[in-house]
Design a protein around this ligand. Sequence first.
Ligand SMILES: *Cc1c(COP(=O)(O)O)cnc(C)c1O
Length: 379
Amino acid sequence: MKFETKVIHAGIHPDPATGAIMTPIYQTSTYVQDAPGKHKGYEYARTQNPTRKALEDNLAALENGVDAVCFSSGLAAMDAVFKLLKPGDEVISTYELYGGSYRQMVQVFGPFGIKSHFIDLNDRNAIKDLINERTKLIWIETPTNPMLSILDIRQICNIAKKSNILTCVDNTFATPYLQKPLDLGADLVVHSATKYLAGHSDVILGAVVTSDKELAERLHFIQNATGAVPGPQDCFLTLRGIKTLHLRVQRACDNAVEIAAFLKKNRKVDKVFYPGFNDFPNHEVAKKQMAHFGAMVSFNLKSDTKRSANKVLNKTEIFSLAESLGGVESLIGHPASMTHASIPKKERLSIGLTDSLIRLSVGIEHADDLIADLRQALK
Ligand SMILES: *Cc1c(COP(=O)(O)O)cnc(C)c1O
C-alpha cells in the first residue's frame, strides 16, 4: 500500500458496534468482563484503549515498523526509550539536539547513572572513539533544530550495528512522509506527534515506532508499567491530523522552497539555513534519505543583534510568534531567547546559532502571502 493510502486506512477499521467509519473516542477507564478474566482483549485503559490502538497501528504502518507505542508527549516517548537502558549504560548523541531531549538526558537520566555524550555524529571516527562495552544507544535527530543540519542515518546505523548498539531517530522534523529511519537501519523512531503528525497545534502526544517485536513488547510493558499514556481524545485528534499528513507536508515543503529562495536574495538577510540548497552541508545526504527538504527554514540578519531580530519578529502579521512547529499555520521564533535560551551563549555561537537567528515553521498558507509578510517585516 502506498503512503498516501496508508495515512487514511492503515490500522483503521469501522467500529464493530455501530459501523462508524471513524474510530470512536473510547472515553472509558475500564471494560466490563463476561466472567473473571474473560474479556474482549480490553481490561483497563492504561493497558489498552481502542482509539490508541488504531493510532499505534497507523503509525507503525507509516514508518514501515512492526509496532508503535504512544505516549502523552514526545518527551514521554523518549523517556520510555531511555527506560530500555540501565545504570552504567552510555548514550552517544548529537550536540545539536532538541533542548528538551538534551535536558532529559543530562538532568533526568544523568543522575540515574546513564551517561550521554554529545558529538558531531557525522564524524565516524568520533563515534568509534567513544564506543565501548557500556555504549547501548545512539540517539539521532535530523534535520536538527534550529540549524537544520543533516545527519547521515544509514552511516551512523551501520557503525552502531557492528557493536550491537541500538539506534533511535527523532523523526519529528521530517515525518515519515519525508524520511523513514527504520528503512535506513534504525531500530527505533521517536515522534513528537504534537508537531507535523497531529499537525493542527491542538495536541501534545508522542510515539515510539520499532521494527523489532521484542523491543515493541518491552516498550508496551514500560508504557503500562509507568503509565504516561495519551488520552483517547488526543489519539483521535492525531489520527484525524495524520489523514492529511502527505498533503500538508508537501504543501509546506513547496512553500519553504519559495521562502528560502526569497530570503537568500533579500539584502537584510545574511545566511539562510535550508537543506534544499545545493551548497548546504550534506545536501546530498538529505537528497538521498529524504523525499523533500522539509518545511523549516532558519536565517540570520546582517545586523546580527537581538534588537534587529526583534524588529522582524514584532512586525510579521501572518507568521505568529510562538514556540513549536509543524502546524498548518506559519510560525516564527527566536531560538536564542525562546527554545534555546538555556544553552550558554558560547555554545550557541559555536553551532552558528547567533543572536539574530530567526526560525520559521512554514505552514500551508499561500506562499505569496507568506513572502509578502516577510518582505514587509524585513523592511
Ligand atoms: C517538540 C519536540 C520534542 C518534544 O515533544 P513534546 O511533544 O513537546 O514532548 C522532541 N523532539 C523534537 C525534535 C521536537 O521538536
